[in-house]
Design a protein around this ligand. Structure first.
Ligand SMILES: C[S@@+](CC[C@H](N)C(=O)[O-])C[C@H]1O[C@@H](n2cnc3c(N)ncnc32)[C@H](O)[C@@H]1O
Length: 272
């Protein structure tokens, strides 16, 4: 039974890795810069501290910490995103190390980072317990974990459920990423090792030329939308794009034809 579960989880991980490898998340990551800036400001890593950015994509949070002269490592399981993170750090003149790795199986010894960060990243791992225990294992006692991720309501919750309607349903037993955005989920995953867990709902704005442009950006570059588009017929494609536009319109705060889309997310600071 246990082996069956492990096999399913590695199959789901492989599937997700292929999904995130589609398109180019770096094109979406510009919208996460404000979230990463806010998270680093709250966690407040000091210069010289060892910081790990989990599921770093093209390195957004890692580079924010690197600007503070932290000793930064970022990991992601999509090699093309790690290449992009290396390029971004090089052209920005920022020092950071980037490695291809899975958040559920970290290639680091115990107790080696002062701070762990993850922006809409670790939350996607299908084995949430393993991802949580890996984070705790590599973080020093007295260290801090800072997470920013989806809650079930608001733009990202609605976007993921609109997109998810066109994907095969998650296998039974796999919990949604938004579990990390609830007090109960955080307590279940991290409570036994934490001295304190503090969460706050925060808002971040995304900027596009229009809601049509927002849909175009996601349907050109965002892996989970590209995966859905690969699986469905032309009629369903039109429905998916309309559904995504409707979500962008619901949260659009601009009245001049552009799109300034309000996202609500959970920022969590865990003291170990
Ligand atoms: C929404 S993107 C966020 C990327 C980045 N943190 C940012 O804010 O720009 C999710 C990222 O998680 C990565 N990811 C998802 N599951 C992962 C896993 N099990 N191990 C490593 N990376 C993972 C994906 O490859 C993708 O880059």
């Amino acid at each position: 039974m246990k082996t069956q579960k492990a096999a399913n989880l590695s199959e789901i991980t492989l599937n997700q890795k292929q999904t995130w490898g589609k398109g180019d998340f770096n094109e979406i990551a510009r919208q996460n810069i404000v979230i990463a800036e806010a998270l680093v400001s709250t966690v407040d890593p000091h210069p010289g501290q060892k910081v790990l950015d989990l599921a770093c994509g093209s390195g957004t949070a890692a580079l924010v910490a690197a600007r503070r002269y932290c000793d930064v490592t970022g990991i992601d399981y999509v090699p093309e995103l790690i290449d992009r993170a290396r390029l971004r750090s090089e052209v920005s003149g920022l020092k950071a190390e980037f490695l291809v790795a899975d958040v559920q199986d970290l290639p680091f010894p115990d107790n080696c980072f002062d701070v762990i960060l993850s922006v809409y990243g670790v939350q996607f791992a299908p084995d949430q317990e393993k991802a949580a225990s890996e984070m705790i294992r590599v973080c020093k006692p007295g260290g801090k974990i800072g997470l920013a991720g989806p809650v079930s309501e608001g733009w990202s919750g609605d976007f993921f459920s609109a997109n998810g309607k066109y994907l095969p349903p998650p296998p039974p037993g796999v919990k949604p990423p938004s579990r990390w955005g609830t007090e109960q989920g955080l307590n279940e995953l991290l409570g036994a090792s934490a001295r304190s867990i503090q969460s706050e709902r925060r808002k971040a704005l995304q900027y596009y030329l229009s809601t049509d442009h927002a849909v175009e950006v996601f349907s050109t570059w965002f892996g989970p939308t590209l995966r859905a588009l690969d699986l469905i017929d032309d009629h369903q494609k039109e429905n998916l794009l309309n559904d995504l536009k409707e979500v962008f319109e619901r949260y659009n705060r601009a009245d001049d034809g552009t799109a300034i889309v309000e996202n609500t997310y959970m920022e969590t600071i865990v003291d170990l």
